[in-house]
Ligand binder design. Structure first.
Ligand SMILES: [Fe+2]
Length: 401
């Protein structure tokens, strides 16, 4: 894998001010010198039943995933008027579409006549809208009912009452958020809170979509834990991530339920011996924003940003991840295209063959020892934080202090 490492770290983007980046670098240098990392005050014990309980899983779906603003897609995937995507999200069939006014809409992908799924999963572009395959009822890109064949025999259908069911949908900083329960309002700015300006600085809304790959995984909480610490790099990722990243050396900053985790890259070892004004933050920081409950934005300081959106699947033991690679500049030559494809494949393969393979083994381990507990280390501070945020949401407590 060594030949693929430099290209995934290529390019620089000022994802934050130099002062802010240098302050993070100072913390990482301190950690490298002292053999430390950002830490929680205590370890945390989690009963394995917390992961295995099917009723609890169902409550999480109802209380969290069907109510909060859920990241579902990048804006760049649906850049043009008429671009649409039909997808299954946490058990709901939805359509995202950029309508004529440029706004993104989300609607249930369900015909109002006999409740058939309107569109197959996938992306496309439409000028006129959508036609149901069952009886050819048609809808425009805003979801308004536009055609009922044989209406003189069917009887009148009031257009205003039989449009596609709308969902609250907002775009912020190049990400599309949807609330999966019809009729619920979405306070996206309140939900993102203080992390929003940091996400805006990534300028993902100016990027070009390169590819989105799908990856099936185990239970969402099992999968989640793997995203949130760098303690496993040297063992699980010895020949991939650990070639460029220090293991167990990270900073963790919190923004309500969201977090910024920065991993120390090995390039920092030589850099920290040079005068501070010569430091190059982008070359030394592995920047990952974590947006609760399932989105990791990695590579925000680079030419290529990889966004993983991980959500529960249809049943307890399943999750689904869409991993999207965005580019700051579209590839101009076959060689540039090839380099971007290598980055996308490198990330995807590391997740599939290392993280998700390990987490599937964790799921099997949990089922084998259901009465035990996990112990989450002080160094696994972001794992602790995610479970605390989930606890608060489930208890109806505020997640922003
Ligand atoms: Fe990993």
């Amino acid at each position: 894998m060594t030949d693929t490492v430099p290209q995934y770290l290529s390019g620089t983007h000022a994802a934050m001010s130099r002062d802010e980046a240098m302050a993070i670098l100072d913390r990482l240098v301190e950690h490298l010198r002292n053999g430390t990392t950002d830490m929680a005050p205590e370890q945390m014990q989690i009963p394995i039943s917390y992961y295995l309980d099917r009723d609890e899983w169902e409550r999480e779906i109802q209380t969290v995933f069907h109510r909060i603003p859920l990241p579902v897609c990048t804006s760049a995937e649906l850049a043009n008027v008429g671009d649409y995507k039909a997808l299954r999200v946490v058990g709901k069939e939805i359509i995202l579409v950029r309508s004529k006014d440029g706004h993104m809409r989300a609607m249930l992908n369900v015909c109002r006549h006999r409740a058939m799924k309107l569109l197959p999963e996938g992306c496309g572009n439409t000028r006129h809208g959508f036609v149901c395959g069952y009886h050819s009822w048609s809808y425009d890109t805003t979801g308004r009912l536009t055609g009922v064949p044989g209406e003189d025999t069917f009887g009148d259908v009031p257009r205003e009452d039989y449009g596609l069911v709308q969902l609250a949908c907002e775009e912020r900083a190049g990400i599309v958020y949807v609330c999966l329960t019809p009729g619920l309002e979405m306070d996206i700015d309140g939900w993102l809170g203080p992390v929003l300006p940091h996400l805006e600085a990534l300028e993902l809304d100016k990027c070009t979509h390169f590819v989105t790959k799908e990856l099936a995984g185990p239970n969402w909480k099992v999968t989640l834990d793997g995203y949130l610490e760098g303690y496993h790099f040297s063992s699980l990722h010895a020949n991939t991530v650990a070639l460029t990243n220090h293991s167990n050396r990270m900073t963790n900053d919190r923004f309500g339920p969201h977090a910024r985790n920065v991993f120390a890259l090995k390039a920092l070892d030589a850099m920290m011996e040079k005068p501070r004004e010569e430091w190059d933050p982008a070359a030394a920081m592995g920047l990952v924003y974590w947006i609760f409950p399932g989105m990791a934005i990695a590579g925000g300081m680079r030419e290529r940003t990889v966004i993983s959106i991980m959500l529960p699947g249809d049943s307890w033991g399943e999750s689904m991840t869409w991993q999207t690679t965005l580019l700051r500049t579209p590839p101009q030559t076959p060689e540039e295209f090839e380099e971007a494809a290598k980055t996308a494949e490198w990330f995807f393969a590391a997740f599939r063959d290392e993280d998700y393979a390990a987490q599937t083994d964790v799921q099997n381990g949990l089922a084998t020892n259901p009465d035990g507990h996990m112990i989450i280390g002080r160094n696994e501070i972001a794992v602790q934080h995610a479970h605390e945020s989930l606890r608060r949401l489930m208890a109806g407590e505020p997640v922003h202090d």
